[in-house]
Design a binder for this molecule. Structure first.
Ligand code: PMT
Length: 219
């Protein structure tokens, strides 16, 4: 076990997509691979942290020296995150959580109906996991991500304030060379008093840069 910048700290990281069931065989989800969150988990463990990785469905192996809790839906991810309240120093929300889920999960496979060319699925809002953690009385240092396709800085700073986060990592997900599913990323980190640009780099290098920025904010 290495001594590192985060020795003695417990870091909880959400990663990957959520899956919101429609019926027993179908779901709504997104293109998150989990790579960014898993890179953060590995980097934090390498720097001595105790790491809990709360992961939506991905194909990635669990990083070394990391405890992984596997979930599917946003509601399960929230429950797993709340279980860590009071026991974590830092919470990093890199998961791409579905903002909405089907209002009901059909008990049986929904059948195709002859003559009906449209079907409507009613959605309801999911709880906001990172905002719930950030606004909890026993909140840890809370870091969010912002996945945007336009006005990246403006939307990210609005999320930083609205969700009451300590830091937010803003990435442009309209660029397929970075963001979702790629091995690289580029981002800007915002906090109340400043910002820091992270130019195009591997997600594992970015994970180390993000952790360095967190460390600087904490001390
Ligand atoms: O997984 P990869 O393929 O490596 O891709 C990485 C990534 C693009 C998914 C990652 O870098 C990223 O941007 N993650 C955040 C994705 C996202 O859902 O962003 P958002 O702007 O919609 O949400 C803002 C923040 O609120 C995020 O920290 C998100 O985890 C959190 N959130 C959102 C909705 C919700 N119901 N609960 C949340 O906690």
């Amino acid at each position: 076990f290495e001594e590192g910048a985060f020795t003695g700290k417990h870091i909880v990281i959400t990663a990957g997509p959520t899956q919101e069931a429609i019926d027993p065989v179908r779901y709504i989800s997104n293109h998150s691979s989990g790579k960014m969150g898993y890179a953060l988990a590995q980097a934090a463990a390498n720097q001595g942290a105790r790491v809990t990785l709360i992961s939506g469905p991905t194909n990635l192996p669990c990083p070394e020296r990391v405890e992984r809790i596997q979930v599917k839906s946003a509601e399960q991810m929230l429950e797993a995150s709340l279980q860590q309240i009071g026991e974590m120093d830092i919470f990093i929300a890199s998961a791409a959580v579905a903002d909405y889920r089907p209002s009901e999960i059909a008990e049986h496979k929904i059948k195709k109906v002859d003559g009906e060319e449209q079907m409507i699925i009613k959605l309801v809002k999911n709880p906001d996991i990172v905002a719930t953690i950030a606004q909890h009385p026993e909140r840890p240092f809370t870091v969010g991500f912002a996945a945007e396709t336009q006005e990246v800085a403006q939307y990210a700073q609005a999320k930083l304030a609205r969700k009451k986060l300590d830091m937010i990592v803003a990435n442009d997900v309209s660029n397929t060379n970075i963001g979702f599913n790629s091995d690289n990323n580029a981002a800007t980190i915002f906090w109340a008093q400043g910002s820091h640009d992270l130019d195009f780099m591997s997600k594992s290098n970015m994970a180390n840069e993000i952790l360095a920025c967190i460390k600087a904010q904490l001390s």
